[in-house]
Design a binder for this molecule. Structure first.
Ligand code: HEM
Length: 431
């Protein structure tokens, strides 16, 4: 940790008053500690929503990923490698998956139902993500807020209003559908239901009926916004890093493909239920998230006095945890800068799980979307490996420079050579 940051830690109290250390962190993992901090409410949070609603999630995401494969293979040449610039492709894929889960809608790519609504959504997303990553001088010198020199405060207010109106529109639509459902007879209802799966919004509005004080419209809008902002960028950036790493490491790519070929074969596509039988793919994802944790800095607050590395940390201290540094700590990892998925194959690794590798954070604020991320990213990556050949453009490795942003974006869009695998031609033609 740089000295200018270290001196901000308060001095440890005398040994007899030192509390037992609660956070066991390696040196480079601590960045900044300071206090005090505005209290946030530890109110009950509906974590179970992401784990418990699996059936509504799986099917739309699989369909969405199949659509993505179709687009990649449609006009591709099976005999010749061609260049592919991913630009925002994975980001749009993840947004479509998550919006299908939330509201049964997709706003990117082919067959978008409501073009005008899609345009509004896309504008809202690009503005939100821009503002999330923008550096506001007023955060460091609060009096500057009065002048709003960068115009960010005004833009944030406008964006918030637009987002709120958009989300409220989705809530009203879902509410209207629920109302119609209660007004039709059973036969008609079965027909309607077979067309449309229950969405997360439907579930949240059902909860509102039972617990209106907690599930207000405001809370529901907050939950949706949170899922959209926390779940899309992180997952799509992980996909981009994973594919870049694989293209730069053909040995690993081949091993992952051999595993898929031997377990799943070439007569059908990888399915979500296959993921548990593909341990090497799992290792590849672990190693990707070790190199590029797409939530690289996690912010927690100490809820009681504790000690970190001998320094007293009082209650209410805001703690910045640098996961990127934890994952590259030479005292913890063997050859931390090399891409070696095999390191997660050793039985030793089982003991260190959740201690050395923490891309989803830990504790009660740990990422609630972890299992969804594993399924979305694991399935997408598995299918890309199964269906296509991937190579770098020339002799030079794919550029892996890290850009600036909250979720460790690439500095430059991922650009690789690809072609559909001839052995998968029949399966791909049926998509
Ligand atoms: C590879 C993909 C992902 C990574 C690396 C990731 C990583 C993280 C990390 C590091 C945190 C902070 C945890 C902490 O404070 O200890 C977090 C929080 C969160 N994540 Fe994820 N995440 C991913 C995907 C998702 C997905 C798919 C969703 C849901 C759609 C999601 C929803 C959330 C939410 C709502 C929070 C905030 C939790 C809170 O504040 O208590 N994440 N994520």
């Amino acid at each position: 940790m740089p000295n200018h940051q270290r001196h901000r830690l308060s001095k440890p109290p005398p040994p007899h008053r030192r509390p037992t250390p609660r956070l066991q962190l390696h040196k480079p993992s601590m960045v900044i500690l300071w206090r005090p901090l505005a209290q946030h409410s530890p109110h009950h949070r509906p974590r179970a929503l992401l784990c418990g609603q699996a059936p509504t999630v799986i099917e739309p995401s699989t369909r969405e990923i199949h659509g993505f494969l179709r687009r990649l293979s449609k006009n591709a040449d099976y005999d010749k490698l061609q260049k592919l610039n991913f630009k925002t492709m994975f980001f749009e894929l993840m947004l479509n998956i998550i919006m299908r889960m939330i509201a049964g809608k997709r706003y990117y790519g082919e067959n978008v139902e409501n073009k005008e609504e899609a345009l509004r959504f896309r504008h809202m997303v690009s503005e939100t993500f821009y503002l999330m990553g923008a550096s506001n001088f007023a955060d460091f010198l609060p009096f500057l807020r009065w002048f709003d020199l960068q115009g960010l405060e005004r833009r944030m207010a406008v964006a918030h209003k637009e987002r709120d109106a958009f989300m409220q529109g989705l809530i009203e639509e879902s509410r209207e559908r629920a109302r119609n459902k209660t007004n039709v007879n059973e036969g008609e209802m079965n027909k309607m239901e077979s067309k449309r799966k229950q969405t997360l919004l439907d579930v949240l509005l059902e909860n509102q009926v039972h617990d209106p004080k907690y599930y207000t419209d405001q809370t529901i809008k907050g939950i949706i916004s949170n899922l959209l902002t926390a779940g899309t960028d992180t997952s799509s950036a992980t996909m981009e890093w994973a594919l870049g790493l694989l293209v730069n490491n053909p040995r690993v790519l081949k091993k992952a493909r051999d595993e898929i070929d031997s377990i799943v074969g070439n007569q059908r596509l990888v399915e979500e239920s296959d993921l548990t039988n593909l341990p090497y793919l799992h290792c590849v994802l672990n190693e990707t998230l070790r190199h590029y944790p797409t939530g690289p800095v996690v912010i927690h607050e100490s809820n009681r006095d504790c000690a970190i590395d001998g320094h007293h940390v009082p209650t209410g201290t805001m703690i910045f945890l640098n996961l990127w540094a934890v994952h590259r700590d030479e005292t913890v990892w063997d050859k931390p800068y090399e891409f070696i998925p095999e390191r997660f194959e050793s039985p030793e690794w089982e003991k260190d799980k959740g201690v050395k590798l923490v891309p989803f954070g830990w504790g009660r604020r740990r990422c609630p979307g972890e299992s969804l991320a594993w399924r979305m990213v694991g399935l997408s990556l598995g299918l890309l490996i199964q269906c296509f050949e991937w190579e770098r453009e020339g002799e030079e490795p794919v550029d892996m420079t890290e850009g600036v942003g909250l979720t460790m974006p690439r500095a430059n869009p991922l650009q690789v050579m690809y072609r559909p695998r001839p052995v998968m031609k029949q399966v791909l033609s049926q998509l």
